[in-house]
Design a protein around this ligand. Sequence first.
Ligand SMILES: NC(=O)C1=CN([C@@H]2O[C@H](COP(=O)(O)OP(=O)(O)OC[C@H]3O[C@@H](n4cnc5c(N)ncnc54)[C@H](OP(=O)(O)O)[C@@H]3O)[C@@H](O)[C@H]2O)C=CC1
Ligand SMILES: C[C@H]1O[C@H](OP(=O)(O)OP(=O)(O)OC[C@H]2O[C@@H](n3cnc4c(=O)[nH]c(N)nc43)[C@H](O)[C@@H]2O)[C@@H](O)[C@@H](O)C1=O
Length: 337
Amino acid sequence: MKQTSKIFVAGHRGLVGSAILRHLRALSYTNIITCRHAELDLTDQAAVNAFFDAEKPEYIFLAAAKVGGIMANNTYPADFIRENLLIQTNVIDAAYHHGVKKLLFLGSSCIYPRMAPQPMKEEYLLTGPLEPTNSAYAIAKIAGIETCRSYNRQHGTHFVPVMPTNLYGPNDNFDLFSSHVLPAMIRKFHLAKLASQGNFEAIDQDEARFGPIPDDIRTSLSSSQEIPKVTLWGTGQPRREFLYADDLADACVYLMKNYEETELVNIGTGRDHTIRELAEKVRDIVGFKGEMVFDTSKPDGTPKKLLDVSKLEAIGWQAKIRVDQGIQKAYEWYASF
Ligand SMILES: NC(=O)C1=CN([C@@H]2O[C@H](COP(=O)(O)OP(=O)(O)OC[C@H]3O[C@@H](n4cnc5c(N)ncnc54)[C@H](OP(=O)(O)O)[C@@H]3O)[C@@H](O)[C@H]2O)C=CC1
Ligand SMILES: C[C@H]1O[C@H](OP(=O)(O)OP(=O)(O)OC[C@H]2O[C@@H](n3cnc4c(=O)[nH]c(N)nc43)[C@H](O)[C@@H]2O)[C@@H](O)[C@@H](O)C1=O
């Protein structure tokens, strides 16, 4: 991939796509193409083909997808499987027909079996049953891996599936129903801190910027003189691994330039934390002084998800941003609005 190559970043306004775009610009790539969802719906095959006819990209980062946390996945499985199958199939097929030199397909660590041995190696794919809260999304992503492999085998393309762990950073989704855990914690602790300071104007501004605050959280923030409690989901015992989006972007560009094979590669840090430990870190970084409670009526999901990153390290890449530094950066981004 040269500085002047024509590079399509699909999903450039999301968490991952925006980080890849920032990274490519910082590295002085000059010929990057993007298209907003409102102008190009990637589930529409004819529209995707017309876009490729007009733009003729040479390299693609496929970071457009229907994405969400445990509750969104568990509530809308039909949307997750349908939209992801359509987006990835349309883009991968158009990439083949338009002679794209290399494509990186973003999968997810939820492709591995729920009870896979830890840390999870690439070869554990399809060795056991999936986690039920996100099986529809996981099966779409597994189909994406097999689509890349099949086009490579039949057509000699160079389409590479990469499997990132849980991600966070600027342009994350902070909606308290559909987000992942880290942005949800940042927002819940921040709102509770504002309420404990009596800063209700800032809470209204937060709602205007990041979307509606659910009624139960609103009530806990507005009513009393006491410091509100922050309610988190599940038992707090599941373990997750977190990678900052800019580290992921660095890994994706590194693999695009240096990985000549086509088999899938995990992208993570190799370290995990319990949800409770993570909550304590976020609470301290935000500076909230009150209590947190766990609502065990909400699902835990997979008990433990930690990627084996030895393949990635052998290719020459390692994560650089520690989780406490990353949370600090993500909180600064969120609180700057
Ligand atoms: N976030 C995470 O923790 C993880 C993410 N990943 C993977 O990384 C990739 C990117 O995820 P992430 O950045 O977090 O997700 P985001 O939701 O932040 O971004 C997804 C982007 O895709 C766009 N998009 C969605 N549907 C369409 C469509 N039909 N046509 C055109 N554009 C569309 C969205 O646009 P709009 O917002 O306008 O709809 C958005 O810009 C995904 O493949 C995901 O599976 C993997 C592991 C973990
Ligand atoms: C990236 C990955 O993301 C999803 O899987 P997940 O890792 O289970 O997702 P999550 O980030 O939403 O939750 C992680 C853990 O955190 C707990 N938790 C506590 N309190 C909140 C909370 O307030 N919000 C959320 N969302 N979770 C909370 C929650 O109960 C769970 O135990 C899949 O969509 C999957 O498809 C996928 O690829």
